[in-house]
Design a protein around this ligand. Structure first.
Ligand code: SF4
Length: 250
């Protein structure tokens, strides 16, 4: 049985060769942006579990080793805005967050490929569970739903398989949306980007990365250029093809 890959690494599959170069491994990024995103996720988790937001900020700072490069001013700004948004409280439009399932570890197999990951939060709306993912990046919310589609579909199916209860992909919560140019109240900010894909739809979505994972498993590589090329360690497209062949021939 192979070692489970990270569900979040499915984003790398936008180009299968990029995924192969990064090996879909378990390495975590320690950039300021990545650390600030992880830190605000932790603060929000602690708040959902019952801490006051200022207390949650202090606790997360004390766990500083996990977020060595976090910008704590930014983390505090995002966390306070999230907490000030009535939609994140019980009775909100997108349902009630289940504290017991925040940051839960979930697993699934995509075909014969094992994956593991940690979800941000699950909300129960009209009796059904939905995964919501907090994003702190600068992308547009609608783009984020499609950019992270495979990751989010995998989280929903992994929750379903781990807990034995159907879970769908609710959507993305884009934290930067709390700070548009023209000031708005947190409860009015454009931060919720809905998907509401049920479990069957999420399983259907996963047939696409499965096709590519099977291809990589057979040692077949394909280059699909796009915005993700900026993060690729290979020479720029179309020269990456020769580099990849050399890498995997050696
Ligand atoms: S440079 Fe080539 S291998 Fe890298 S992401 Fe772009 S297309 Fe894929």
């Amino acid at each position: 049985m192979s070692v489970p890959k990270r569900i979040s690494a499915l984003n790398n599959m936008s180009c299968p060769s990029l995924a192969a170069l990064r090996t879909l491994d378990t390495e975590r990024t320690h950039s300021m942006k990545a650390n600030s995103g992880s830190a605000v996720g932790r603060v929000i988790q602690l708040w959902i579990e019952g801490s006051f937001v200022e207390e949650a900020l202090l606790t997360a700072k004390r766990e500083g080793e996990a977020y060595p490069k976090a910008d704590w001013d930014l983390v505090a700004k995002w966390a306070r805005a999230y907490v000030a948004d009535a939609r994140n409280h019980p009775g909100g439009r997108h349902g009630e967050t289940d504290p017991a399932k925040c940051e839960a570890e979930v697993k699934l197999n995509i075909g014969c490929h094992p994956f593991v990951g940690h979800i941000d939060q699950v909300r129960r709306l009209d009796g059904r569970l939905w995964v919501w993912d907090l994003k702190s990046g600068a992308g547009q919310g609608v783009d984020m739903v499609s950019d992270y589609a495979w990751q989010q579909a995998a989280y929903a199916v992994a929750c379903t398989e781990t807990w034995g209860e159907e879970v769908g992909f609710g959507g993305i919560i884009r934290l930067r949306g709390y700070f548009p140019r023209a000031k708005v109240e947190p409860s009015e900010a454009s931060v919720f980007f809905e998907a509401y894909w049920d479990t069957a739809k999420c399983r259907q979505v996963l047939s696409d990365p499965q096709f590519l994972l099977d291809m990589l498993g057979r040692g077949e590589y394909l280059q699909l250029p796009g915005r993700h090329c900026r993060w690729c360690p290979a020479p720029s497209y179309p020269h990456c093809g020769d580099h990849i062949e050399e890498c995997f021939a050696s």
